[in-house]
Ligand binder design. Structure first.
Ligand code: GDP
Length: 196
């Protein structure tokens, strides 16, 4: 596993507090409860490394993990979290935008979607942002274990079509943290995006 050995670096609500903006990192984004933490945990192979949506508090934090070679994975706050007041959400949107716009070491976005509810309006915004800024984005359609083969293939095709229209460096795959589907493939893609 090329992502082996990732360890917790820090958790902060403020993008400027992240580790020094050098080297390379990939940020994980996704709607709250999409399965982002589960995906991160299985990708690095450390159970419980990323907090799940049920962990109280810290939902608005950016969490940095460091690989042994210094490259990083950054867990962005899950969006669409209903219990967050609008003022806090606005603050978080600003922080996210600041991070995405200014983080020079950001090589790509891993966008996690529940395969049963792909391409939410916020997902679409993230994809449009990536396309507009030539930021590569790899979509993980997770919880694939919840769908049959036909529906899985159909959803993958629909998302592929959507990505093709955006003219960005956008890719998508089927994933399941529970069943292990697509884990090796995702590790390969993310490692390449981190620069090999
Ligand atoms: P986050 O809020 O995006 O970080 O989502 P979590 O990783 O906390 O997952 C939300 C819920 O979905 C939890 O109850 C997980 O157990 C469940 N979940 C996450 N990934 C999968 C998956 O691949 N398959 C299934 N069946 N459930 C999953």
């Amino acid at each position: 596993n090329p992502l082996h050995g990732a360890s917790f670096a820090l958790s902060t609500p403020e993008p400027l507090q992240l580790p020094a903006d050098s080297g390379a990192e990939i940020a994980f984004a996704g709607r709250s409860n999409a399965g982002k933490s589960s995906a991160l945990n299985v990708l690095v192979g450390v159970h419980g490394l990323a907090r799940t949506s049920r962990t109280p508090g810290r939902t608005q934090h950016l969490v940095a993990f460091v690989l042994p070679d210094g490259r990083r994975l950054v867990d962005l706050p899950g969006y669409g979290y209903a219990k967050v007041p609008e003022a806090v959400r606005a603050q978080w949107r600003d922080a996210l935008e600041g991070y995405l716009m200014r983080r020079r070491s950001l090589r790509a976005l891993a966008l996690v979607m529940d395969i049963r509810h792909p391409l939410t309006p916020f997902d679409q915004q993230m994809l449009a942002f990536c396309a507009a800024h030539a930021l590569p984005c790899h979509v993980l359609l997770t919880k694939a274990d919840k769908l049959g083969r036909g529906q899985t293939a159909q959803t993958l095709l629909a998302v592929q079509r959507e990505l093709a229209q955006l003219h960005g460096v956008l890719s998508v795959q089927v994933f399941s943290a529970t069943a292990g589907t697509g884990v090796e493939a995702a590790r390969g893609v993310l490692t390449r995006l981190l620069g090999g």
